[in-house]
Design a protein around this ligand. Structure first.
Ligand code: NAD
Length: 338
Protein backbone atom coordinates (compact mmCIF):
# COMPACT_ATOMS: atom_id res chain seq x y z
CA UNK A 1 0.00 0.00 0.00
CA UNK A 2 1.24 3.48 -0.86
CA UNK A 3 0.80 5.67 2.23
CA UNK A 4 -0.50 9.09 1.19
CA UNK A 5 -1.09 12.34 3.05
CA UNK A 6 -2.98 15.38 1.75
CA UNK A 7 -1.84 18.82 2.94
CA UNK A 8 -4.64 21.35 2.34
CA UNK A 9 -8.25 20.22 2.37
CA UNK A 10 -10.07 22.67 0.10
CA UNK A 11 -11.61 22.26 -3.36
CA UNK A 12 -8.84 20.00 -4.68
CA UNK A 13 -7.56 18.41 -1.46
CA UNK A 14 -10.97 17.05 -0.43
CA UNK A 15 -11.47 15.43 -3.82
CA UNK A 16 -7.95 14.00 -3.91
CA UNK A 17 -8.42 12.54 -0.41
CA UNK A 18 -11.61 10.77 -1.50
CA UNK A 19 -9.97 9.54 -4.71
CA UNK A 20 -6.94 8.19 -2.82
CA UNK A 21 -9.29 6.37 -0.43
CA UNK A 22 -10.92 4.72 -3.43
CA UNK A 23 -7.62 3.16 -4.66
CA UNK A 24 -6.85 -0.46 -3.80
CA UNK A 25 -3.11 0.18 -3.69
CA UNK A 26 -3.21 3.35 -1.54
CA UNK A 27 -3.99 4.21 2.06
CA UNK A 28 -4.97 7.73 3.10
CA UNK A 29 -2.93 8.33 6.25
CA UNK A 30 -4.39 11.75 6.95
CA UNK A 31 -5.40 15.21 5.80
CA UNK A 32 -4.53 18.63 7.18
CA UNK A 33 -6.76 21.61 7.90
CA UNK A 34 -5.93 25.13 9.00
CA UNK A 35 -9.34 25.93 10.47
CA UNK A 36 -11.74 23.82 12.57
CA UNK A 37 -14.69 24.40 10.22
CA UNK A 38 -17.38 22.12 8.76
CA UNK A 39 -14.90 20.69 6.23
CA UNK A 40 -12.69 19.53 9.11
CA UNK A 41 -15.72 18.03 10.83
CA UNK A 42 -16.71 16.21 7.64
CA UNK A 43 -13.18 14.79 7.34
CA UNK A 44 -13.52 13.35 10.85
CA UNK A 45 -16.95 11.94 9.99
CA UNK A 46 -15.37 10.17 7.02
CA UNK A 47 -12.81 8.75 9.50
CA UNK A 48 -9.95 10.59 7.80
CA UNK A 49 -7.27 11.23 10.45
CA UNK A 50 -7.08 15.01 10.79
CA UNK A 51 -3.84 16.94 11.33
CA UNK A 52 -3.32 20.63 11.99
CA UNK A 53 -1.69 22.33 8.97
CA UNK A 54 0.09 24.75 11.29
CA UNK A 55 1.29 24.47 14.88
CA UNK A 56 -0.72 27.57 15.81
CA UNK A 57 -4.04 26.04 14.71
CA UNK A 58 -3.81 23.04 17.11
CA UNK A 59 -5.45 25.00 19.92
CA UNK A 60 -8.30 26.14 17.63
CA UNK A 61 -9.23 22.52 16.97
CA UNK A 62 -9.14 21.76 20.71
CA UNK A 63 -11.38 24.78 21.42
CA UNK A 64 -13.90 23.41 18.93
CA UNK A 65 -13.76 19.90 20.40
CA UNK A 66 -12.18 18.42 17.28
CA UNK A 67 -9.57 15.78 17.79
CA UNK A 68 -6.44 16.16 15.70
CA UNK A 69 -3.87 13.37 15.40
CA UNK A 70 -0.99 15.87 15.40
CA UNK A 71 0.48 18.46 13.08
CA UNK A 72 1.65 18.29 9.46
CA UNK A 73 5.11 17.33 10.77
CA UNK A 74 3.60 14.21 12.41
CA UNK A 75 1.75 13.34 9.20
CA UNK A 76 4.89 13.69 7.09
CA UNK A 77 6.68 11.07 9.25
CA UNK A 78 4.14 8.41 8.25
CA UNK A 79 3.68 8.83 4.50
CA UNK A 80 5.41 7.72 1.30
CA UNK A 81 4.01 10.67 -0.70
CA UNK A 82 2.46 13.97 0.33
CA UNK A 83 -0.02 15.69 -1.97
CA UNK A 84 0.15 19.45 -1.44
CA UNK A 85 -3.23 21.03 -2.17
CA UNK A 86 -2.64 24.34 -0.41
CA UNK A 87 -3.45 27.70 -2.09
CA UNK A 88 -1.45 29.13 -5.01
CA UNK A 89 2.25 29.64 -4.17
CA UNK A 90 1.89 28.20 -0.64
CA UNK A 91 3.03 24.77 -1.87
CA UNK A 92 6.47 26.15 -2.75
CA UNK A 93 6.78 27.45 0.82
CA UNK A 94 5.77 24.03 2.18
CA UNK A 95 8.34 22.26 -0.02
CA UNK A 96 11.21 22.67 2.44
CA UNK A 97 9.33 20.55 4.98
CA UNK A 98 8.82 17.82 2.38
CA UNK A 99 12.47 17.80 1.27
CA UNK A 100 13.60 17.28 4.86
CA UNK A 101 11.11 14.49 5.61
CA UNK A 102 9.17 12.37 3.12
CA UNK A 103 11.24 13.54 0.14
CA UNK A 104 8.42 12.95 -2.36
CA UNK A 105 5.62 15.41 -3.05
CA UNK A 106 2.97 16.36 -5.56
CA UNK A 107 2.15 20.02 -6.14
CA UNK A 108 -0.76 21.68 -7.93
CA UNK A 109 -1.03 24.02 -10.90
CA UNK A 110 -1.05 27.20 -8.79
CA UNK A 111 2.67 26.67 -8.18
CA UNK A 112 5.40 27.75 -10.59
CA UNK A 113 6.75 24.91 -12.75
CA UNK A 114 10.14 25.19 -10.99
CA UNK A 115 8.66 23.71 -7.79
CA UNK A 116 8.95 20.21 -9.31
CA UNK A 117 11.09 18.19 -11.71
CA UNK A 118 8.14 17.43 -13.99
CA UNK A 119 4.84 19.14 -14.87
CA UNK A 120 2.37 16.31 -15.36
CA UNK A 121 -0.65 15.15 -17.34
CA UNK A 122 -0.93 11.36 -17.09
CA UNK A 123 -1.80 10.51 -20.69
CA UNK A 124 0.90 12.86 -22.04
CA UNK A 125 4.03 12.25 -19.97
CA UNK A 126 3.57 9.61 -17.24
CA UNK A 127 6.78 7.81 -18.20
CA UNK A 128 8.82 11.01 -17.97
CA UNK A 129 7.52 11.54 -14.43
CA UNK A 130 8.11 7.96 -13.31
CA UNK A 131 10.48 7.90 -10.33
CA UNK A 132 10.61 11.71 -9.97
CA UNK A 133 10.63 13.00 -6.40
CA UNK A 134 8.57 16.14 -7.03
CA UNK A 135 5.76 16.34 -9.58
CA UNK A 136 3.50 19.28 -10.41
CA UNK A 137 0.00 18.41 -11.62
CA UNK A 138 -0.77 21.29 -13.98
CA UNK A 139 -3.87 23.50 -13.68
CA UNK A 140 -7.37 22.52 -14.79
CA UNK A 141 -7.20 24.48 -18.05
CA UNK A 142 -3.71 23.23 -18.88
CA UNK A 143 -4.73 19.63 -18.15
CA UNK A 144 -7.66 19.86 -20.60
CA UNK A 145 -5.58 21.63 -23.27
CA UNK A 146 -2.86 18.97 -22.98
CA UNK A 147 -5.33 16.07 -23.24
CA UNK A 148 -6.99 17.50 -26.37
CA UNK A 149 -3.90 18.84 -28.15
CA UNK A 150 -1.86 15.71 -27.39
CA UNK A 151 -4.64 13.55 -28.87
CA UNK A 152 -4.70 15.60 -32.09
CA UNK A 153 -0.91 15.81 -32.30
CA UNK A 154 -0.38 12.06 -31.78
CA UNK A 155 -2.94 11.21 -34.45
CA UNK A 156 -2.54 13.91 -37.09
CA UNK A 157 0.29 16.27 -36.13
CA UNK A 158 -0.27 19.88 -35.07
CA UNK A 159 1.43 22.75 -36.88
CA UNK A 160 0.11 25.39 -34.50
CA UNK A 161 -2.90 25.93 -32.24
CA UNK A 162 -4.91 28.75 -30.72
CA UNK A 163 -7.16 28.67 -27.65
CA UNK A 164 -9.62 31.22 -26.28
CA UNK A 165 -10.49 30.31 -22.70
CA UNK A 166 -13.65 31.59 -20.99
CA UNK A 167 -12.77 30.96 -17.34
CA UNK A 168 -15.26 30.59 -14.51
CA UNK A 169 -15.26 33.71 -12.34
CA UNK A 170 -14.99 31.71 -9.10
CA UNK A 171 -15.55 28.22 -7.68
CA UNK A 172 -19.10 27.67 -6.33
CA UNK A 173 -18.17 28.23 -2.66
CA UNK A 174 -15.73 31.08 -3.37
CA UNK A 175 -17.97 33.98 -2.36
CA UNK A 176 -15.02 36.34 -1.90
CA UNK A 177 -14.31 36.33 -5.68
CA UNK A 178 -17.82 36.65 -7.07
CA UNK A 179 -20.31 37.42 -8.36
CA UNK A 180 -18.78 39.46 -11.18
CA UNK A 181 -20.93 41.42 -13.63
CA UNK A 182 -18.42 41.74 -16.46
CA UNK A 183 -16.27 39.87 -18.90
CA UNK A 184 -12.80 40.38 -17.47
CA UNK A 185 -9.70 40.19 -19.68
CA UNK A 186 -7.59 37.72 -17.75
CA UNK A 187 -5.06 39.12 -18.60
CA UNK A 188 -5.36 41.87 -21.24
CA UNK A 189 -2.00 40.77 -22.65
CA UNK A 190 -1.85 37.96 -25.19
CA UNK A 191 -0.82 35.18 -24.78
CA UNK A 192 -2.23 34.20 -21.39
CA UNK A 193 0.01 31.99 -19.24
CA UNK A 194 -1.76 28.82 -20.43
CA UNK A 195 0.27 28.48 -23.64
CA UNK A 196 3.59 28.46 -21.75
CA UNK A 197 2.12 26.10 -19.19
CA UNK A 198 1.07 23.62 -21.90
CA UNK A 199 4.69 23.71 -23.09
CA UNK A 200 5.88 22.51 -19.66
CA UNK A 201 4.15 19.22 -20.54
CA UNK A 202 4.14 19.26 -24.36
CA UNK A 203 7.20 21.34 -25.31
CA UNK A 204 6.71 21.04 -29.07
CA UNK A 205 3.14 22.35 -29.36
CA UNK A 206 3.02 25.89 -30.81
CA UNK A 207 0.09 27.49 -29.01
CA UNK A 208 -1.26 31.01 -28.54
CA UNK A 209 -3.78 31.27 -25.67
CA UNK A 210 -6.13 34.07 -24.62
CA UNK A 211 -8.26 34.08 -21.46
CA UNK A 212 -11.34 35.90 -20.19
CA UNK A 213 -13.19 35.54 -16.88
CA UNK A 214 -16.97 35.21 -17.15
CA UNK A 215 -19.78 35.25 -14.56
CA UNK A 216 -20.21 31.51 -13.95
CA UNK A 217 -19.04 29.01 -11.35
CA UNK A 218 -19.81 25.79 -13.26
CA UNK A 219 -16.98 25.21 -15.73
CA UNK A 220 -14.50 26.80 -18.11
CA UNK A 221 -15.24 26.77 -21.85
CA UNK A 222 -12.43 26.64 -24.42
CA UNK A 223 -12.67 27.54 -28.11
CA UNK A 224 -9.83 25.72 -29.85
CA UNK A 225 -8.38 25.89 -33.35
CA UNK A 226 -5.49 23.66 -34.47
CA UNK A 227 -3.76 23.64 -37.88
CA UNK A 228 -3.12 20.04 -38.87
CA UNK A 229 0.06 18.72 -40.51
CA UNK A 230 -1.99 16.09 -42.31
CA UNK A 231 -4.34 18.17 -44.50
CA UNK A 232 -6.36 15.12 -45.58
CA UNK A 233 -7.85 14.49 -42.11
CA UNK A 234 -11.65 14.37 -41.92
CA UNK A 235 -13.97 15.50 -39.14
CA UNK A 236 -14.96 11.88 -38.48
CA UNK A 237 -11.34 10.92 -37.95
CA UNK A 238 -10.97 13.70 -35.37
CA UNK A 239 -14.17 12.57 -33.63
CA UNK A 240 -12.88 8.97 -33.57
CA UNK A 241 -9.57 10.10 -32.08
CA UNK A 242 -11.34 11.99 -29.27
CA UNK A 243 -13.73 9.10 -28.68
CA UNK A 244 -10.82 6.71 -28.29
CA UNK A 245 -8.70 8.94 -26.06
CA UNK A 246 -8.86 8.43 -22.32
CA UNK A 247 -10.43 11.12 -20.12
CA UNK A 248 -12.09 12.91 -23.03
CA UNK A 249 -15.89 12.77 -23.15
CA UNK A 250 -17.58 13.52 -26.46
CA UNK A 251 -21.08 15.00 -26.18
CA UNK A 252 -23.60 16.33 -28.70
CA UNK A 253 -25.25 19.74 -28.57
CA UNK A 254 -28.37 18.44 -30.24
CA UNK A 255 -28.86 15.93 -27.37
CA UNK A 256 -29.57 18.87 -25.08
CA UNK A 257 -26.08 20.05 -24.14
CA UNK A 258 -26.70 23.71 -24.88
CA UNK A 259 -24.35 25.02 -22.20
CA UNK A 260 -22.03 24.02 -19.38
CA UNK A 261 -25.07 23.85 -17.07
CA UNK A 262 -26.37 20.72 -18.84
CA UNK A 263 -22.90 19.17 -18.72
CA UNK A 264 -22.82 19.54 -14.95
CA UNK A 265 -26.40 18.24 -14.87
CA UNK A 266 -25.17 15.13 -16.71
CA UNK A 267 -22.58 14.55 -13.99
CA UNK A 268 -25.37 14.77 -11.40
CA UNK A 269 -27.44 12.27 -13.37
CA UNK A 270 -24.43 9.95 -13.57
CA UNK A 271 -24.31 10.03 -9.79
CA UNK A 272 -20.82 11.46 -9.73
CA UNK A 273 -19.80 12.68 -6.26
CA UNK A 274 -20.13 16.49 -6.01
CA UNK A 275 -21.21 16.41 -9.71
CA UNK A 276 -17.56 15.96 -10.63
CA UNK A 277 -16.56 15.58 -14.28
CA UNK A 278 -13.02 14.28 -14.46
CA UNK A 279 -13.08 14.25 -18.27
CA UNK A 280 -12.43 17.11 -20.70
CA UNK A 281 -15.76 17.46 -22.51
CA UNK A 282 -15.77 18.09 -26.27
CA UNK A 283 -18.85 19.00 -28.28
CA UNK A 284 -18.98 16.63 -31.27
CA UNK A 285 -21.17 19.00 -33.33
CA UNK A 286 -18.59 21.78 -32.92
CA UNK A 287 -15.80 19.79 -34.60
CA UNK A 288 -15.28 21.42 -38.01
CA UNK A 289 -12.31 21.32 -40.34
CA UNK A 290 -11.88 24.39 -42.55
CA UNK A 291 -8.81 24.58 -44.81
CA UNK A 292 -6.79 22.14 -42.72
CA UNK A 293 -7.72 23.69 -39.37
CA UNK A 294 -9.83 21.82 -36.83
CA UNK A 295 -12.17 23.91 -34.65
CA UNK A 296 -14.04 22.78 -31.53
CA UNK A 297 -15.47 23.68 -28.11
CA UNK A 298 -14.29 22.02 -24.91
CA UNK A 299 -15.70 22.25 -21.38
CA UNK A 300 -13.56 21.85 -18.26
CA UNK A 301 -14.91 21.13 -14.77
CA UNK A 302 -12.24 23.02 -12.92
CA UNK A 303 -12.86 21.41 -9.53
CA UNK A 304 -12.54 17.82 -10.77
CA UNK A 305 -10.36 17.41 -13.86
CA UNK A 306 -7.04 17.27 -12.00
CA UNK A 307 -8.20 14.65 -9.48
CA UNK A 308 -7.32 11.55 -11.58
CA UNK A 309 -4.00 13.20 -12.49
CA UNK A 310 -3.11 13.50 -8.78
CA UNK A 311 -3.81 9.79 -8.26
CA UNK A 312 -1.66 8.85 -11.26
CA UNK A 313 1.07 11.24 -10.12
CA UNK A 314 1.27 9.30 -6.84
CA UNK A 315 1.90 6.06 -8.78
CA UNK A 316 4.37 7.85 -11.07
CA UNK A 317 6.40 9.00 -8.07
CA UNK A 318 6.47 5.48 -6.63
CA UNK A 319 7.58 4.34 -10.08
CA UNK A 320 6.43 0.71 -9.99
CA UNK A 321 3.49 0.87 -12.39
CA UNK A 322 3.22 1.87 -16.04
CA UNK A 323 1.12 4.86 -17.09
CA UNK A 324 -1.35 2.65 -18.91
CA UNK A 325 -1.95 0.45 -15.91
CA UNK A 326 -2.22 3.41 -13.49
CA UNK A 327 -4.66 5.29 -15.72
CA UNK A 328 -6.79 2.18 -16.03
CA UNK A 329 -6.93 1.62 -12.22
CA UNK A 330 -7.68 5.28 -11.56
CA UNK A 331 -10.39 5.40 -14.21
CA UNK A 332 -12.22 2.33 -12.94
CA UNK A 333 -12.05 3.50 -9.29
CA UNK A 334 -13.54 6.91 -10.19
CA UNK A 335 -16.15 5.68 -12.66
CA UNK A 336 -14.38 7.20 -15.68
CA UNK A 337 -15.66 5.06 -18.53
CA UNK A 338 -12.57 5.30 -20.75
P1 NAD B 1 -8.67 26.09 -1.67
O1 NAD B 1 -8.49 27.46 -1.18
O2 NAD B 1 -10.04 25.57 -1.93
O3 NAD B 1 -7.98 25.05 -0.65
C1 NAD B 1 -6.72 25.25 -0.11
C2 NAD B 1 -6.71 24.75 1.33
O4 NAD B 1 -5.39 24.84 1.86
C3 NAD B 1 -7.62 25.59 2.24
O5 NAD B 1 -8.41 24.69 3.00
C4 NAD B 1 -6.64 26.37 3.11
O6 NAD B 1 -7.13 26.62 4.41
C5 NAD B 1 -5.46 25.40 3.18
N1 NAD B 1 -4.18 26.04 3.52
C6 NAD B 1 -3.88 27.36 3.61
N2 NAD B 1 -2.59 27.50 3.97
C7 NAD B 1 -2.06 26.27 4.10
C8 NAD B 1 -0.78 25.77 4.45
N3 NAD B 1 0.23 26.60 4.74
N4 NAD B 1 -0.58 24.44 4.45
C9 NAD B 1 -1.59 23.59 4.15
N5 NAD B 1 -2.84 24.01 3.82
C10 NAD B 1 -3.07 25.32 3.80
O7 NAD B 1 -7.75 25.97 -2.97
P2 NAD B 1 -7.93 24.97 -4.17
O8 NAD B 1 -8.88 25.55 -5.14
O9 NAD B 1 -8.14 23.58 -3.66
O10 NAD B 1 -6.50 25.08 -4.86
C11 NAD B 1 -5.40 24.33 -4.40
C12 NAD B 1 -4.39 24.24 -5.52
O11 NAD B 1 -5.01 23.56 -6.63
C13 NAD B 1 -3.89 25.58 -6.08
O12 NAD B 1 -2.57 25.42 -6.51
C14 NAD B 1 -4.80 25.81 -7.29
O13 NAD B 1 -4.24 26.65 -8.26
C15 NAD B 1 -4.93 24.39 -7.80
N6 NAD B 1 -6.13 24.14 -8.62
C16 NAD B 1 -7.35 24.65 -8.27
C17 NAD B 1 -8.45 24.41 -9.08
C18 NAD B 1 -9.80 24.98 -8.77
O14 NAD B 1 -10.61 25.14 -9.67
N7 NAD B 1 -10.13 25.29 -7.55
C19 NAD B 1 -8.31 23.63 -10.22
C20 NAD B 1 -7.07 23.07 -10.53
C21 NAD B 1 -5.98 23.34 -9.72
Amino acid sequence: MIRVGVNGYGVIGRRVADAVSAQQDMKLIGVTKVKPDYKARMALEKKYPLYAATESSVKDFAKNSMEVSGTIEDLLKQVDVIVDASPDDVGAKNKEKYVETVGRAIFQGGESPGVAEVSFVAQCNFEKARGAKFIRVVSCNTTALCRALHTIDENFGIERARAVIARRGADPDETSKGPIDAVVLDPAEIPSHHAGDVNTVLPDIKLVSMALKVPTTHMHLHTLIASLRDRSVTENQVIDAFEEATRIMVIEGHSGFKSTAQVIDLAREMGRPRNDLYEAVIWKDSIRIVEGEVHFYMGVHQEAIVVPENVDAIRAIIGKESGKSSISSTNSSLGILK
